[in-house]
Design a protein around this ligand. Structure first.
Ligand code: 6GU
Length: 236
C-alpha cells in the first residue's frame, strides 16, 4: 500500500510515523508513506497556499492551485483508489472504514487547514471525506495520522500472530476483554483464577463473556448492533 499525504506541516508526522508499528511497517517495506508539502507547489511569489474567502468573513481558505498541482503530479505517476480529505464535516471514521481502506493500493490524504479548502476541490477531485470524531482539531494532520495508523496495522504482515488485528476492540463489534500480566497477586490484587487455570476453552469463554459485558456496560450502542447469540436461540 502507498499513502501520499498532502499537508502544510509535514514535520507533524515525524512523531507518529517514526515509532512503533508504523515505523516497523515502513522499514519492512509493507507500506510506503510519502509526505508532500503543499507549499512547494504554490506558484505565486510568496508561496501562499491560502487566501481570503469570497463574500467576506473570518478565516482563510486553502487555494485550489497548489493542492491541484500536487495531486495532478501524483496522478501522472499512478492511479489512486481514493483521494481523501480530512475534515470535521466528513463521514465518521470507524473500524469498517479502516478495513475498507486498508486493502487499497494507492490513496491520497489531504489535510485541511484554516477555515477550509475551496469547495471546488471537494466537488471535483476529492472522492471521500473523513472525520475522526465530533470535535474540532486545528488541522487535518493529527486526524490523518490517526487514520494512517489504523490502516497500517491492518496490512498483512505488519502485526505478528500474537498481536493480530483480528483480536482488536471493534474488529468483531465488541470491546476487548481485560488483560493481566505477572504478578498473579499484587499486594492482594488478584488475577481472575480462570486465566491461571490453563484451560483454553474456559479462558476463551470467559474472555468472550467479558467482551460482551464490557460492551453492554460501556457501549450500549455497539451492544445493540450485536447479532443474537446462536446459543440463546432456543432459550425461552
Ligand atoms: Cl479530519 N479535521 C479537523 N480539523 N478536525 C477534526 C477532524 C478532522 N476530525 C475530527 N475533528
Amino acid at each position: 500500500m502507498r499513502i501520499d499525504i498532502l499537508t502544510i506541516f509535514p514535520e507533524m508526522f515525524s512523531g507518529p510515523f517514526g515509532h512503533s508499528i508504523v515505523k516497523r511497517a515502513v522499514d519492512k517495506g509493507l507500506v510506503n508513506i510519502h509526505l508532500h508539502n503543499i507549499r512547494d507547489y504554490a506558484t505565486n511569489k510568496h508561496r501562499r497556499v491560502d487566501d481570503y474567502p469570497f463574500g467576506g468573513g473570518a478565516g482563510m481558505v486553502m487555494m485550489i492551485q497548489p493542492v491541484m498541482d500536487c495531486i495532478e503530479a501524483l496522478k501522472k505517476e499512478r492511479n489512486y483508489n481514493e483521494i481523501i480529505f480530512m475534515t470535521p464535516d466528513g463521514e465518521l471514521f470507524d473500524q469498517p472504514i479502516a478495513n475498507q481502506l486498508s486493502i487499497l493500493e494507492n490513496i491520497i490524504i489531504l489535510c485541511g487547514h484554516y477555515k477550509g479548502i475551496d469547495e471546488r476541490l471537494r466537488e471535483h477531485i476529492i472522492t471521500r471525506e473523513i472525520s475522526i470524531g465530533d470535535y474540532v482539531l486545528s488541522g487535518g494532520e493529527l486526524a490523518a495520522a490517526v487514520v494512517t495508523d489504523s490502516l497500517v496495522r491492518l496490512i498483512p504482515g505488519v502485526l505478528g500472530d500474537e498481536t493480530s488485528a483480528l483480536s482488536d476492540s471493534f474488529q468483531d463489534g465488541l470491546l476487548s476483554p481485560p488483560v493481566y500480566t505477572r504478578p498473579a497477586d499484587y499486594n492482594g490484587w488478584k488475577v481472575p483464577d480462570v486465566l491461571l487455570s490453563g484451560h483454553d476453552l474456559k479462558i476463551a469463554d470467559w474472555r468472550h463473556e467479558q467482551s460482551l459485558l464490557r460492551t453492554r456496560d460501556r457501549r450500549p450502542d455497539l451492544y445493540q448492533q450485536q447479532k443474537p447469540d446462536a446459543s440463546s436461540d432456543n432459550n425461552p
